[in-house]
Design a protein around this ligand. Structure first.
Ligand SMILES: NC(=O)C1=CN([C@@H]2O[C@H](COP(=O)(O)OP(=O)(O)OC[C@H]3O[C@@H](n4cnc5c(N)ncnc54)[C@H](OP(=O)(O)O)[C@@H]3O)[C@@H](O)[C@H]2O)C=CC1
Ligand SMILES: O=C1O[C@H](COP(=O)(O)O)[C@@H](O)[C@H](O)[C@H]1O
Length: 611
C-alpha cells in the first residue's frame, strides 16, 4: 500500500516544459538593449562601506538584458565557427566540470560539431597526456559521441597570462580554425576564466586587446567566482572588466544559479497561485537555507584559507537562493527585470554583523582528518569552515522574519536545502497539534520539493478533534519519481547550463554587477572584522555540528529541531517506514481486540469452529 508519508508519490499534472529565456523566446523588452561594443567608461566611484543599508548610495546600474543582436539562436550558433578558450585548463574545475560539461553539450547537439576548444596554461603540455588527465570525468556515451571525436577538437596553447605575444599567437591559432570553416563567416569566441581571481583582470585585458572576435561575431567572457574579496576589491575588478567588456558580454558564474531546484523557485512561486499569498511575514515564521558538505577542503586548503566559508558559499550560492525566495515578482522573467527585483531586495537587507554570526571549524573526528590536518592549510589557521548568519530584511513583506543562512564543510552529509517554516494558526490548537508546516526545497541530493504537513494517522478509529492521532507527513514532489523512473535524477549539470547560456548570450543565469555590489555591501563589514580580529571559531569534530549552534539559532528565534533539522531523504524514508509499521501494529492490535470481542459475544464467529 502506498503511504502518504513517502516523499512524493503525489503526481501533479505535468504541463509542457517552459523554455529558458533564449533568442527564440525573446521578450520585447530586450529590444531596447545596448549593442555589443566595448566601453571605455568605468563604473562610478565606490561609496564608503557602512554598517547601514545602502539607501540612495550609487551602485552599478542595472544593464538591460541583451538585445536581439546580443543573443545567438541555435541556428546562428551552429552556422558559425565557435571557439571556447579555457584559461586554467590544467586545473581542478576544468577537470571536474568544464570538459565533462562541454562533452555533454556537444553530445546533445547544443554546441556545433565543429567546435574548437583551446586549453590555455602557463606551461607546455603533452596533449594526449593532458587530455587523458583532464577528460577523465567525462561519461562517454559511445553511441552518441565517441570520446575521441570530442577530444580531437581540443588543442592546448601555452603562455603567460600577462604576455601579449602569447595572446597574439592564440589569436592566430583561433583564426586558422575560423578561416578553415566552410561557412566563411567570422568566428564566435567564448573565453572561460578558470584561473585564480588574482589574474582575472589581466586576462580580461589581454583578451580584449589581442584576441577579440572579428566584427559580426561575439566575444564573451565567463568569469568564475569569487568576484573580489569585499566591496572594494569587487569594485576594482568590476572597473577593470567594464573597461574592456560590456556588461552584456560578461557572464559571472555562480553555478548554484544552474541548480534545478533553485531554478524552480520562481516557477513554484509565480506559476502557481497558492504560495504567493502566503509568502509574507503574516504567514512565514522563518526561513532556513542550509549547505552541508561531508568533505573537507581536499587539498584546496591553501585556496580556501584565504577565502573562508562565508566568501566560498554564503555570499554567493546561499544568497542567490535567498534572492529567489524573497524577491518580489519581477515585471517579466527577462534577466534585467529579475536583477532589478533582486537588487531592490538586497537593498533592504541590513549588513550582517559579526556578533550575529556563528563561526566553526571542523577538526578530526569520525575517522576523518580535520581542517588543520590538510597540509595545504596554514598551521593554526582560524579560518571558518562553518558559518551561520541571520539576514534581516527591512521591508513590508519580510520585516521580522529571520532568514538563517548556514554553510559548513566537514559535516555529516552532503545536503543543500531551503526550509520555509509557516506560522501556526490559532485553530491548530483544537486539533491538539503544534503544527510546524514547512515547505522544503531540497536542492541536493535527491532533488525534492515537499510540504511537511500534519495528517490524520490512518486507522479504524474515527475520533475527531483532540482524540484523533496525527502524524507529520511529507507531501510533495521527488524529482526522481516525478520526472524519471526513480533512479537518481539527472537533468544536466549546472555548468552545462552556464556554458550554453553564455554561448547563446543569455544572461538569465549570470550574476550582475549591481547585485554583487549589494551582496558585498551586506557581508563586507563582517568579513573585514573576521579578517582583522581572527575570532576563534568553535572547533567541532568532523561530521558533527559545533557545540552551541542549536542554542545560537534558538536565540535568533529559529528552531532547527527535527524534523526540520534531520529530515534527510533517507531519514524521511525511515521515518515513514517507522510510522507505517507503528500504524500497522496499532491496526493489527485493534483487529485482534475486535476479534476477541466478537469471540466473546459469539463463539461460532471464530473461523476455527467452521470446519
Ligand atoms: N575547483 C572548484 O571546485 C571550483 C573552483 N572555482 C573557481 O574556479 C577557478 C578555478 O578553480 P580551480 O580549477 O580549482 O583552480 P586551480 O587552483 O586548479 O587553478 C587553475 C589553473 O590556474 C593556474 N594557476 C594556478 N595558480 C596560479 C597562479 N598563482 N597564478 C596564475 N595561474 C595560476 C594553473 O594553470 P597553469 O599552471 O597551467 O597555468 C591551474 O591549473 C577559481 O577562480 C576558483 O575560485 C569555483 C567554484 C568551484
Ligand atoms: O563553489 C563551490 O561549490 C562547491 C560545492 O558545489 P556543489 O555543486 O558540489 O554543491 C564547494 O565544494 C566549493 O568549496 C565552492 O567553492
Amino acid at each position: 500500500m502506498q503511504s502518504s508519508l513517502r516523499i512524493s508519490e503525489v503526481k501533479f499534472g505535468v504541463v509542457p516544459p517552459l523554455s529558458p529565456l533564449t533568442a527564440e523566446a525573446t521578450p520585447s523588452k530586450r529590444q531596447r538593449c545596448a549593442p555589443e561594443t566595448p566601453t571605455a567608461t568605468p563604473p562610478p566611484p565606490l561609496p564608503p562601506v557602512t554598517a547601514q543599508p545602502s539607501g540612495p548610495t550609487p551602485s552599478p546600474s542595472i544593464t538591460k538584458s541583451a538585445s536581439l543582436a546580443d543573443l545567438t539562436d541555435h541556428a546562428t550558433l551552429h552556422s558559425m565557427p565557435l571557439t571556447i578558450v579555457i584559461f586554467g585548463a590544467t586545473g581542478d574545475l576544468a577537470r571536474k566540470k568544464l570538459f565533462p560539461s562541454l562533452y555533454q553539450l556537444c553530445m546533445q547537439g547544443h554546441l556545433p560539431s565543429h567546435l574548437n576548444i583551446v586549453g590555455y596554461g602557463r606551461s607546455p603540455v603533452d596533449l594526449p597526456a593532458f587530455i587523458a588527465k583532464q577528460c577523465v570525468n567525462i561519461k562517454e556515451n559511445r553511441r552518441a559521441l565517441r570520446l575521441e571525436h570530442f577530444t580531437s577538437r581540443i588543442q592546448f596553447h601555452a603562455g603567460g597570462y600577462d604576455a601579449p605575444p602569447s595572446y597574439q599567437s592564440l589569436d592566430l591559432t583561433i583564426r586558422a580554425y575560423e578561416e578553415a570553416h566552410p561557412s566563411g563567416k567570422p568566428g564566435n569566441r567564448l573565453f572561460f576564466l578558470s584561473v585564480p581571481p588574482a589574474v582575472f583582470g589581466t586576462v580580461a585585458e589581454m583578451i580584449s586587446q589581442h584576441a577579440r572576435a572579428e566584427r559580426g561575431a561575439f566575444t564573451r567572457l565567463m568569469i568564475e567566482k569569487p568576484f573580489g574579496r569585499d566591496l572594494q576589491t569587487f569594485h576594482e575588478l568590476n572597473q577593470l572588466t567594464a573597461r574592456h567588456f560590456e556588461e552584456t558580454q560578461l557572464f559571472r558564474i555562480d553555478h548554484y544559479l544552474g541548480k534545478e531546484v533553485l531554478l524552480n523557485i520562481s516557477t513554484l512561486r509565480w506559476a502557481n497561485s497558492v504560495f504567493e499569498p502566503l509568502w509574507t511575514r503574516e504567514h512565514i515564521h522563518s526561513v532556513q537555507i542550509t549547505f552541508k558538505e561531508n568533505l573537507g577542503t581536499e587539498g584546496r586548503g591553501g585556496y580556501f584559507d584565504g577565502v573562508g566559508i562565508v566568501r566560498d558559499v554564503i555570499q554567493n550560492h546561499l544568497l542567490q537562493a535567498f534572492m529567489f525566495l524573497a524577491m518580489d515578482a519581477p515585471q517579466t522573467m527577462c534577466a534585467s527585470d529579475i536583477v532589478e527585483m533582486k537588487v531592490a531586495l538586497l537593498r533592504s537587507v541590513k549588513c550582517v554583523e559579526l556578533q550575529h554570526t556563528f563561526l566553526g571549524q571542523f577538526a578530526a573526528g569520525n575517522g576523518e582528518k580535520g581542517y588543520l590536518d590538510d597540509e595545504t592549510t596554514p598551521a593554526g589557521s582560524r579560518c571558518p569552515t562553518f558559518a551561520a548568519c541571520v539576514l534581516s530584511v527591512d521591508n513590508e513583506r519580510w520585516r521580522g522574519v529571520p532568514f538563517l543562512l548556514t554553510a559548513g564543510k566537514g559535516l555529516d552529509e552532503r545536503l543543500c536545502e531551503v526550509r520555509v517554516r509557516f506560522k501556526p494558526q490559532p485553530y491548530n490548537k483544537m486539533m491538539g497539534v503544534d503544527a510546524h508546516n514547512e515547505l522544503v526545497m531540497r536542492v541536493q541530493p535527491d532533488e525534492a520539493l515537499y510540504m511537511v504537513a500534519v495528517a490524520k494517522t490512518p486507522g479504524i478509529s474515527a475520533g475527531v478533534g483532540r482524540d484523533e492521532r496525527r502524524t507529520p507527513v511529507a507531501m510533495g514532489l521527488r524529482y526522481a519519481s516525478q520526472f524519471g523512473d526513480g533512479s537518481p535524477f539527472v537533468s544536466g549539470d549546472a555548468y552545462e547550463r552556464m556554458l550554453l547560456n553564455a554561448a547563446r548570450g543569455d544572461q538569465a543565469l549570470s550574476v550582475s554587477a549591481a547585485e554583487l555590489f549589494e551582496s558585498w555591501r551586506i557581508f563586507t563589514p563582517m568579513l573585514h572584522q573576521i579578517d582583522q580580529e581572527k575570532p576563534q571559531p568553535v572547533v567541532h569534530a568532523f561530521g558533527e555540528l559545533p557545540a552551541g549552534f542549536i542554542e545560537w539559532t534558538e536565540s535568533h528565534g529559529i528552531d532547527i529541531s527535527p524534523p526540520a533539522r534531520h529530515w534527510s531523504a533517507a531519514e524521511a524514508e525511515a521515518h515513514a517506514a517507522a510510522a507505517i509499521a507503528a500504524a500497522k501494529a496499532a491496526e493489527e492490535a485493534a483487529a485482534r481486540a475486535r476479534a476477541e470481542e466478537a469471540k466473546q459475544a459469539d463463539p461460532f464467529s471464530d473461523p476455527s469452529f467452521m470446519l
